[in-house]
Design a protein around this ligand. Structure first.
Ligand code: AHM
Ligand code: MG
Length: 338
């Protein structure tokens, strides 16, 4: 029986279109694919914690039980290091650049990742995800990778993607020639091409934002959200609110249906004056994918992919989605800023 196009074949086809390709990039992507399957397996067992043992406690075999975000982090570190194609890794879970163990070859790529995004939702069985962003190193190969490699603007990404652990497990990625989605067929353990060439609708009718922060937003954001909800405004179709609170899941829905996701700067937490989401492991990869799908991503005043990063864990406002919706948001911000 034909099972369709596997992700491995899809990546190989891409490799063949690039005459200079050595296979290094294919090996790197496949390491992420295997990590996604490992994480999916463990996420699927999350509801059994009371049976298998609580994180931080001891399981029935007498072993210490790890938290799922630690398991996901370790899986990505181990599989990416063993691919022999990375010179360093940067994880949302770790403060500094991760050194590749000496027993592995060093490669020319580096990966920023958020191993398990939205992990506060795990106990409620809500969709969560993994996000990754791949760059080529810029320092000479004989040197240890450093911040020059890690702090490149999003425009330099060679690939980005995410995995959503939802009602089915999907992996969506782009290498700069369109956005392609694959669904894990659990009966054969393979990701199969299910959403080729995803294009986001030019305009949507969904808006996604944590409205609990309303009182802490800037004036332009407040005016925009008021306008979306105003029954007397001249909307072609009324807007509807959808907010899961799990970036990958909110993003994925809006990518398929059209709409806008906003995590603007707010004054709720003085320690996070630029919003909550991280530039390198959340905003940049999602912006790369959204632009590849025909949408836009901005901070309100600046294209996300053009930001020159200064810190590996820096935060940015992220407004991302259908082209016309994001453009209109920018108009509200420009008007409020005079
Ligand atoms: P995390 O990386 O600690 O999981 O936080 C990121 C998550 C995103 O998935 C989501 O978009 C956002 O936090 C939701 O934040 P809030 O609860 O403030 O609405
Ligand atoms: Mg996160």
């Amino acid at each position: 029986m034909d099972i369709g196009i596997t992700i491995f074949n899809h990546i190989l086809l891409n490799q063949k279109l690039n005459p200079g390709a050595t296979g290094a990039f294919t090996r790197l992507l496949m390491a992420i694919v295997v990590a996604a399957k490992v994480i999916q397996r463990d996420v699927a067992k999350a509801g059994l914690v009371d049976v298998l043992g609580r994180a931080g406690g001891i399981n029935v075999q007498g072993e210490e039980v790890q938290k799922l975000d630690e398991i996901a982090n370790e899986a990505l570190k181990r599989l990416l290091s063993a691919s022999g194609e990375v010179c360093t890794l940067i994880s949302e879970e770790e403060a500094d650049l991760i050194e590749i163990p000496r027993q592995y070859n060093r490669g020319n790529y580096l990966v920023h990742f958020d191993p398990l995004d939205g992990s506060s939702n795990i106990d409620a069985n809500v969709s969560i995800g993994t996000i990754f962003s791949i760059y080529r190193r810029v320092t000479p190969p004989e040197m240890d990778a450093d911040l020059k490699d890690a702090l490149q603007p999003g425009l330099r990404q060679v690939a980005a993607g995410y995995v959503v652990y939802g009602s089915s497990c999907m992996l969506v990625y782009s290498t700069g020639s369109g956005v392609h989605g694959f669904t894990l067929d659990p009966t054969v353990g393979e990701f199969i091409l299910s959403h080729p060439n995803i294009q986001v609708p030019t305009k949507g009718k969904i808006y996604s934002i944590n409205e609990g922060n309303y009182g802490y937003w800037d004036e332009g954001t407040r005016n925009y959200i008021e306008w979306l909800k105003d029954p007397n405004a001249n909307h072609p179709k009324p807007y509807t609110a959808r907010y899961i609170g799990s970036l990958v899941a909110d993003f994925h829905r809006n990518l398929l249906y059209g709409g806008i996701f906003l995590y603007p700067a707010d004054l709720r937490d003085p320690l996070k004056p630029k919003g909550k989401l991280r530039l390198m492991c959340e905003a940049n990869p999602m912006s790369f994918i959204m632009e590849q799908a025909g949408g836009l991503a901005t901070t309100g005043t600046e294209r996300v992919l053009e930001i020159q990063p200064t810190e590996i864990h820096q935060r940015v406002p992220l407004i991302i989605g259908s082209h016309d919706d994001v453009k209109l948001y920018q108009d509200f911000i420009a008007k409020a800023n005079g």
